[in-house]
Design a protein around this ligand. Structure first.
Ligand SMILES: [Fe+2]
Length: 258
C-alpha cells in the first residue's frame, strides 16, 4: 500500500477531493430530504419502546462518508428483517445514540435522539457534529432496553493536513446468492481508516429459499426473495437480507464506508 500512496494522492488531486465530497454529500442530503415525510403524511403515532418485544438491531450499525468534524451513523430497526414492515407498526420510534472516545463508552463526546420513521422503513441516519479530525470514535444506538452492537468510525484529516499514510480497502459487486461473505469477515479484522465500496451492493435477481450457493440446510428464506426486485418494498426486503449477513455487519461496524 505504501508504495502506491503517491499515485493515490495524485489521482485524488485530479478529482478535486473536496469538490467531490461536497457534491456527493449534497446529493445524499438532497435525496434524503426529498424523501422526508411531510407534516401531513408523516406518521404522528409514536411507538412505546416497551412494545418492541424482539431485538430491533438485527441489521447492525454502519458509518460512512467521513469528514473532518462529522461522522454519519446508520442503523435500522427490524425485529423481523425478512417480513414486510420488519415486524414494526406504522409508527415513529425515538432512537437514542451516543458517540464515545473509548470502546467502553466511558468518555462520551456526543449523544442525542433521532426519529426512526416508518416512511423510511425505520432507518436512522445521524450526522454527528463537533468531532475532532483524524481520529477513531465508537458509537451505538438504544431503543428502550435494547442496545445496538457498537460500531467504530473515523473522522477524516483536517483540510490541508499533512497526511503521511492512509489505509483503505476497496470492494465491489457482492451477490448474496453467490456464497458467503467471508471476505468481509477478514475485512472486519483489518487495520483500516476507511472502506470504499464501488458497488454493486446488491443484485436484483432472485435468491432461492436456500440462499443460492450458500445452500442453507438449517433454514429457508421466505418465498418473496425468490423473485426479481421491482417494488420499493422488494428492495427494502432485499437490502434487509444483505444487511443481515453477519460478516457484512461486522465489516460495517468496524470501518466507515464511502
Ligand atoms: Fe456488479
Amino acid at each position: 500500500m505504501g508504495n502506491h500512496l503517491p499515485e493515490f494522492r495524485a489521482a485524488a488531486r485530479r478529482i478535486d477531493r473536496r469538490q467531490f465530497v461536497t457534491r456527493a454529500s449534497a446529493a445524499a442530503v438532497l435525496a434524503f430530504a426529498a424523501n422526508m415525510p411531510t407534516a401531513g403524511a408523516a406518521s404522528a403515532r409514536r411507538l412505546n419502546p416497551r412494545d418492541i418485544s424482539k431485538n430491533p438491531f438485527t441489521l447492525g450499525v454502519a458509518s460512512g462518508d467521513p469528514l473532518p468534524d462529522t461522522a454519519l451513523l446508520w442503523t435500522r430497526l427490524a425485529p423481523e428483517p425478512y417480513t414486510a414492515n420488519s415486524g414494526l407498526p406504522t409508527e415513529r420510534v425515538e432512537v437514542e445514540w451516543e458517540v464515545a472516545q473509548d470502546e467502553r463508552f466511558t468518555l462520551i463526546v456526543a449523544r442525542g435522539t433521532a426519529t426512526a420513521h416508518p416512511e423510511f422503513h425505520h432507518s436512522v441516519r445521524v450526522e454527528v457534529p463537533g468531532l475532532s479530525a483524524d481520529r477513531f470514535y465508537h458509537y451505538r444506538f438504544r431503543v428502550g432496553t435494547w442496545i445496538s452492537p457498537a460500531g467504530r468510525t473515523r473522522t477524516a484529516p483536517a483540510a490541508g493536513a499533512r497526511v503521511t499514510q492512509l489505509k483503505f480497502a476497496t470492494l465491489s459487486c457482492q451477490a448474496y446468492y453467490h456464497g458467503y461473505f467471508t471476505a468481509y469477515k477478514h475485512l472486519a479484522a483489518e487495520d483500516l481508516d476507511v472502506v470504499v465500496h464501488l458497488g454493486d451492493y446488491l443484485y436484483e435477481y432472485a435468491v432461492t429459499a436456500v440462499g443460492g450457493a450458500r445452500n442453507y440446510t438449517d433454514r429457508k428464506l421466505p418465498a418473496h426473495y425468490n423473485s426479481e426486485t421491482i417494488t420499493l418494498e422488494d428492495y427494502r426486503l432485499r437490502y434487509g437480507l444483505y444487511k443481515s449477513d453477519p460478516d457484512l455487519m461486522a465489516a460495517h461496524a468496524a470501518h466507515p464506508f464511502v
